[in-house]
Design a binder for this molecule. Structure first.
Ligand code: NAP
Length: 257
Protein backbone atom coordinates (compact mmCIF):
# COMPACT_ATOMS: atom_id res chain seq x y z
CA UNK A 1 0.00 0.00 0.00
CA UNK A 2 1.34 3.41 -0.95
CA UNK A 3 1.80 5.85 1.94
CA UNK A 4 -0.35 8.97 2.17
CA UNK A 5 1.21 12.43 2.57
CA UNK A 6 -0.85 15.45 3.58
CA UNK A 7 0.55 18.84 2.59
CA UNK A 8 -1.41 21.68 4.18
CA UNK A 9 -1.77 24.80 2.04
CA UNK A 10 -0.71 23.11 -1.17
CA UNK A 11 -2.97 24.98 -3.60
CA UNK A 12 -0.01 27.16 -4.55
CA UNK A 13 3.51 28.29 -3.64
CA UNK A 14 5.86 26.19 -1.56
CA UNK A 15 3.08 23.74 -0.62
CA UNK A 16 2.34 22.98 -4.28
CA UNK A 17 6.04 22.29 -4.96
CA UNK A 18 6.21 19.97 -1.93
CA UNK A 19 3.03 18.14 -2.99
CA UNK A 20 4.45 17.55 -6.48
CA UNK A 21 7.82 16.43 -5.14
CA UNK A 22 6.28 13.93 -2.70
CA UNK A 23 4.07 12.58 -5.50
CA UNK A 24 7.24 12.02 -7.57
CA UNK A 25 8.66 10.17 -4.55
CA UNK A 26 5.68 7.78 -4.73
CA UNK A 27 3.37 9.15 -2.03
CA UNK A 28 -0.38 9.48 -2.50
CA UNK A 29 -0.91 13.17 -1.83
CA UNK A 30 -3.74 14.93 -0.01
CA UNK A 31 -3.74 18.51 -1.29
CA UNK A 32 -5.22 20.87 1.30
CA UNK A 33 -6.44 24.41 0.60
CA UNK A 34 -8.53 27.02 2.37
CA UNK A 35 -10.41 28.81 -0.39
CA UNK A 36 -8.73 28.62 -3.82
CA UNK A 37 -10.27 25.38 -5.12
CA UNK A 38 -9.23 26.03 -8.72
CA UNK A 39 -5.61 26.34 -7.65
CA UNK A 40 -5.86 23.15 -5.55
CA UNK A 41 -7.26 21.35 -8.59
CA UNK A 42 -4.25 22.55 -10.61
CA UNK A 43 -1.91 20.93 -8.07
CA UNK A 44 -3.88 17.68 -8.30
CA UNK A 45 -3.86 17.84 -12.12
CA UNK A 46 -0.09 18.43 -12.19
CA UNK A 47 0.40 15.37 -9.95
CA UNK A 48 -1.84 13.20 -12.12
CA UNK A 49 0.06 14.35 -15.24
CA UNK A 50 3.25 12.84 -13.85
CA UNK A 51 1.45 9.59 -13.05
CA UNK A 52 0.84 10.32 -9.37
CA UNK A 53 -2.24 9.99 -7.20
CA UNK A 54 -3.80 12.97 -5.41
CA UNK A 55 -7.06 14.54 -4.29
CA UNK A 56 -7.92 17.98 -2.96
CA UNK A 57 -9.44 18.66 0.49
CA UNK A 58 -10.88 21.97 1.66
CA UNK A 59 -10.23 22.95 5.29
CA UNK A 60 -9.13 25.96 7.24
CA UNK A 61 -6.43 24.20 9.25
CA UNK A 62 -6.66 26.75 12.06
CA UNK A 63 -10.11 25.36 12.92
CA UNK A 64 -10.46 22.15 14.94
CA UNK A 65 -13.72 20.91 13.40
CA UNK A 66 -12.44 21.49 9.85
CA UNK A 67 -9.18 19.65 10.59
CA UNK A 68 -11.08 16.68 12.05
CA UNK A 69 -13.43 16.53 9.05
CA UNK A 70 -10.55 16.83 6.57
CA UNK A 71 -8.67 13.91 8.15
CA UNK A 72 -11.86 11.80 8.16
CA UNK A 73 -12.31 12.52 4.43
CA UNK A 74 -8.66 11.78 3.63
CA UNK A 75 -8.89 8.45 5.48
CA UNK A 76 -12.05 7.55 3.59
CA UNK A 77 -10.79 8.51 0.13
CA UNK A 78 -7.01 7.91 0.27
CA UNK A 79 -6.08 6.18 3.53
CA UNK A 80 -4.40 7.18 6.79
CA UNK A 81 -1.73 9.87 6.81
CA UNK A 82 1.90 8.77 7.35
CA UNK A 83 3.59 12.01 6.25
CA UNK A 84 2.35 15.37 7.48
CA UNK A 85 3.79 18.57 6.05
CA UNK A 86 2.47 21.52 8.04
CA UNK A 87 3.00 24.17 5.40
CA UNK A 88 -0.10 26.41 5.48
CA UNK A 89 0.87 29.88 6.62
CA UNK A 90 0.07 33.53 6.35
CA UNK A 91 1.56 36.89 7.33
CA UNK A 92 0.75 40.55 6.96
CA UNK A 93 3.25 43.36 7.52
CA UNK A 94 1.80 45.24 10.51
CA UNK A 95 3.67 47.16 13.21
CA UNK A 96 2.66 45.90 16.67
CA UNK A 97 1.33 49.32 17.65
CA UNK A 98 -1.26 49.03 14.88
CA UNK A 99 -2.12 45.38 15.46
CA UNK A 100 -5.52 44.51 16.91
CA UNK A 101 -6.13 41.33 18.85
CA UNK A 102 -8.03 39.71 15.98
CA UNK A 103 -5.10 40.12 13.60
CA UNK A 104 -2.66 38.84 16.25
CA UNK A 105 -4.84 35.77 16.87
CA UNK A 106 -5.16 35.09 13.15
CA UNK A 107 -1.36 34.99 12.78
CA UNK A 108 -0.98 32.61 15.72
CA UNK A 109 -3.90 30.42 14.66
CA UNK A 110 -3.06 30.03 10.97
CA UNK A 111 0.67 29.51 11.51
CA UNK A 112 0.89 27.73 14.89
CA UNK A 113 -2.48 26.41 16.11
CA UNK A 114 -2.84 24.64 12.75
CA UNK A 115 0.42 22.76 13.34
CA UNK A 116 -0.84 21.53 16.72
CA UNK A 117 -4.29 20.55 15.39
CA UNK A 118 -3.04 18.61 12.35
CA UNK A 119 -0.21 16.96 14.25
CA UNK A 120 -2.43 15.79 17.12
CA UNK A 121 -4.92 14.31 14.65
CA UNK A 122 -2.21 12.57 12.59
CA UNK A 123 -0.21 11.08 15.46
CA UNK A 124 -2.30 8.07 16.62
CA UNK A 125 -1.95 6.29 13.25
CA UNK A 126 1.75 7.12 12.94
CA UNK A 127 2.38 5.73 16.44
CA UNK A 128 0.25 2.64 15.76
CA UNK A 129 2.07 1.91 12.47
CA UNK A 130 5.52 2.63 13.95
CA UNK A 131 6.51 5.06 11.21
CA UNK A 132 5.83 8.70 10.46
CA UNK A 133 7.30 11.96 9.23
CA UNK A 134 6.27 15.43 10.39
CA UNK A 135 7.79 18.43 8.65
CA UNK A 136 6.88 21.90 9.87
CA UNK A 137 7.53 24.78 7.52
CA UNK A 138 8.78 27.71 9.53
CA UNK A 139 10.64 30.86 8.56
CA UNK A 140 13.82 32.74 9.25
CA UNK A 141 11.37 35.15 10.93
CA UNK A 142 11.17 32.56 13.72
CA UNK A 143 14.97 32.50 14.04
CA UNK A 144 16.01 36.14 13.78
CA UNK A 145 12.68 38.02 14.02
CA UNK A 146 11.56 40.33 11.22
CA UNK A 147 10.47 43.86 12.13
CA UNK A 148 6.91 44.52 10.96
CA UNK A 149 6.19 40.80 11.24
CA UNK A 150 6.27 40.34 15.02
CA UNK A 151 3.12 38.19 15.25
CA UNK A 152 4.28 36.06 12.32
CA UNK A 153 7.79 35.82 13.85
CA UNK A 154 6.31 34.75 17.20
CA UNK A 155 4.20 32.04 15.57
CA UNK A 156 7.12 30.76 13.48
CA UNK A 157 9.40 30.71 16.56
CA UNK A 158 6.63 28.76 18.30
CA UNK A 159 6.78 26.14 15.56
CA UNK A 160 10.47 25.63 16.28
CA UNK A 161 9.85 25.04 20.01
CA UNK A 162 6.97 22.70 19.18
CA UNK A 163 9.15 20.72 16.75
CA UNK A 164 11.97 20.18 19.24
CA UNK A 165 9.65 19.27 22.11
CA UNK A 166 7.55 16.88 20.03
CA UNK A 167 10.62 15.10 18.68
CA UNK A 168 11.50 14.31 22.31
CA UNK A 169 7.97 13.12 23.11
CA UNK A 170 8.13 10.76 20.14
CA UNK A 171 11.41 9.11 21.18
CA UNK A 172 11.57 5.53 19.95
CA UNK A 173 8.32 5.63 17.96
CA UNK A 174 9.80 5.61 14.44
CA UNK A 175 8.43 9.09 13.87
CA UNK A 176 10.73 12.00 13.09
CA UNK A 177 9.77 15.65 13.51
CA UNK A 178 11.71 18.44 11.85
CA UNK A 179 11.28 22.04 10.82
CA UNK A 180 12.40 23.69 7.61
CA UNK A 181 13.07 27.41 7.99
CA UNK A 182 12.73 29.21 4.70
CA UNK A 183 14.20 32.53 3.71
CA UNK A 184 12.40 34.70 1.17
CA UNK A 185 10.99 32.60 -1.66
CA UNK A 186 9.38 33.53 -4.98
CA UNK A 187 5.74 32.93 -4.04
CA UNK A 188 2.67 35.09 -3.68
CA UNK A 189 3.40 35.52 0.03
CA UNK A 190 7.16 36.04 -0.30
CA UNK A 191 6.80 38.66 -3.03
CA UNK A 192 3.94 40.43 -1.22
CA UNK A 193 6.35 41.65 1.47
CA UNK A 194 8.48 43.37 -1.17
CA UNK A 195 5.46 44.79 -3.00
CA UNK A 196 4.06 46.23 0.26
CA UNK A 197 7.28 48.15 0.80
CA UNK A 198 7.91 49.02 -2.83
CA UNK A 199 11.28 47.26 -2.81
CA UNK A 200 12.44 45.44 -5.98
CA UNK A 201 13.11 41.83 -4.79
CA UNK A 202 16.28 41.51 -6.91
CA UNK A 203 17.72 44.66 -5.36
CA UNK A 204 16.94 43.35 -1.86
CA UNK A 205 18.46 39.96 -2.69
CA UNK A 206 21.69 41.54 -3.92
CA UNK A 207 22.12 43.19 -0.49
CA UNK A 208 20.55 40.77 1.97
CA UNK A 209 21.46 37.33 0.65
CA UNK A 210 24.87 35.75 0.11
CA UNK A 211 23.80 34.03 -3.09
CA UNK A 212 22.15 37.07 -4.64
CA UNK A 213 18.92 35.14 -5.24
CA UNK A 214 15.54 34.60 -3.65
CA UNK A 215 14.59 30.94 -3.19
CA UNK A 216 12.63 28.85 -5.66
CA UNK A 217 9.80 26.86 -3.97
CA UNK A 218 11.28 23.67 -5.48
CA UNK A 219 14.42 24.16 -3.39
CA UNK A 220 12.37 23.84 -0.19
CA UNK A 221 10.53 20.82 -1.65
CA UNK A 222 13.83 19.06 -2.34
CA UNK A 223 14.86 19.25 1.32
CA UNK A 224 11.41 18.13 2.52
CA UNK A 225 11.70 15.13 0.18
CA UNK A 226 15.03 14.20 1.79
CA UNK A 227 13.70 14.60 5.36
CA UNK A 228 10.79 12.30 4.52
CA UNK A 229 13.09 9.64 3.03
CA UNK A 230 14.66 6.69 4.84
CA UNK A 231 18.07 8.35 4.40
CA UNK A 232 16.95 10.94 6.98
CA UNK A 233 15.69 8.47 9.59
CA UNK A 234 18.27 9.73 12.11
CA UNK A 235 17.43 13.40 11.69
CA UNK A 236 14.83 14.56 14.21
CA UNK A 237 14.16 17.64 16.31
CA UNK A 238 16.14 19.79 13.89
CA UNK A 239 15.63 23.06 12.06
CA UNK A 240 17.04 22.99 8.54
CA UNK A 241 17.63 26.52 7.30
CA UNK A 242 17.37 27.30 3.58
CA UNK A 243 17.72 31.03 3.32
CA UNK A 244 20.21 32.12 0.62
CA UNK A 245 22.52 32.97 3.54
CA UNK A 246 20.28 35.73 4.90
CA UNK A 247 20.60 34.77 8.57
CA UNK A 248 24.41 35.04 8.49
CA UNK A 249 24.58 38.19 6.39
CA UNK A 250 25.41 40.25 9.50
CA UNK A 251 28.60 38.25 10.09
CA UNK A 252 29.47 38.45 6.41
CA UNK A 253 29.15 42.22 6.49
CA UNK A 254 31.43 42.35 9.55
CA UNK A 255 34.24 40.18 8.20
CA UNK A 256 34.20 41.50 4.63
CA UNK A 257 34.56 45.13 5.58
N1 NAP B 1 7.40 32.64 0.62
C1 NAP B 1 8.29 32.94 1.53
O1 NAP B 1 9.14 33.83 1.33
C2 NAP B 1 8.31 32.21 2.84
C3 NAP B 1 9.40 32.42 3.70
C4 NAP B 1 9.45 31.72 4.89
C5 NAP B 1 8.45 30.83 5.24
N2 NAP B 1 7.39 30.67 4.40
C6 NAP B 1 6.35 29.75 4.83
O2 NAP B 1 6.14 28.78 3.82
C7 NAP B 1 4.78 28.36 3.84
C8 NAP B 1 4.18 28.50 2.45
O3 NAP B 1 4.25 29.86 2.06
P1 NAP B 1 4.01 30.35 0.55
O4 NAP B 1 4.97 31.43 0.34
O5 NAP B 1 3.97 29.20 -0.37
O6 NAP B 1 2.56 31.02 0.72
P2 NAP B 1 1.39 31.29 -0.34
O7 NAP B 1 1.92 31.32 -1.72
O8 NAP B 1 0.65 32.47 0.17
O9 NAP B 1 0.47 29.98 -0.16
C9 NAP B 1 -0.15 29.75 1.06
C10 NAP B 1 -0.91 28.46 1.01
O10 NAP B 1 -1.46 28.21 2.31
C11 NAP B 1 -2.86 28.03 2.21
N3 NAP B 1 -3.49 28.53 3.43
C12 NAP B 1 -3.41 29.74 4.00
N4 NAP B 1 -4.13 29.78 5.13
C13 NAP B 1 -4.67 28.55 5.27
C14 NAP B 1 -5.53 27.96 6.23
N5 NAP B 1 -5.96 28.66 7.29
N6 NAP B 1 -5.92 26.68 6.05
C15 NAP B 1 -5.50 25.95 4.99
N7 NAP B 1 -4.68 26.46 4.04
C16 NAP B 1 -4.29 27.74 4.18
C17 NAP B 1 -3.28 28.78 0.96
O11 NAP B 1 -4.52 28.25 0.50
P3 NAP B 1 -5.60 29.18 -0.28
O12 NAP B 1 -4.88 29.67 -1.49
O13 NAP B 1 -6.75 28.30 -0.59
O14 NAP B 1 -5.93 30.30 0.69
C18 NAP B 1 -2.09 28.49 0.04
O15 NAP B 1 -2.21 27.23 -0.53
C19 NAP B 1 4.10 29.21 4.91
O16 NAP B 1 4.03 28.53 6.12
C20 NAP B 1 5.01 30.40 5.03
O17 NAP B 1 4.89 31.04 6.27
C21 NAP B 1 7.30 31.33 3.21
Amino acid sequence: MRKVALVTGSSRGIGRSIALRLAKDGFVVAVNYRKREEEAKKTVKAIKEIGGEAEHFKADVSKEDEVERMFDEIEERLGKVSVLVNNAGWGLLTPIIQMDVGLWDRHINVNLRSVFLCTRRALPYMIESGWGRIINITSIAGLIGLGGLAAYSAAKAGIIGFTKALAQELKGTGITVNAVASGFAKTKMGLSFFEAQNIPPEEWASKWTLTGKLLEPDEIAEVVSFLVSEKASNITGQVIVIDSGTTVIGSAAFFNR
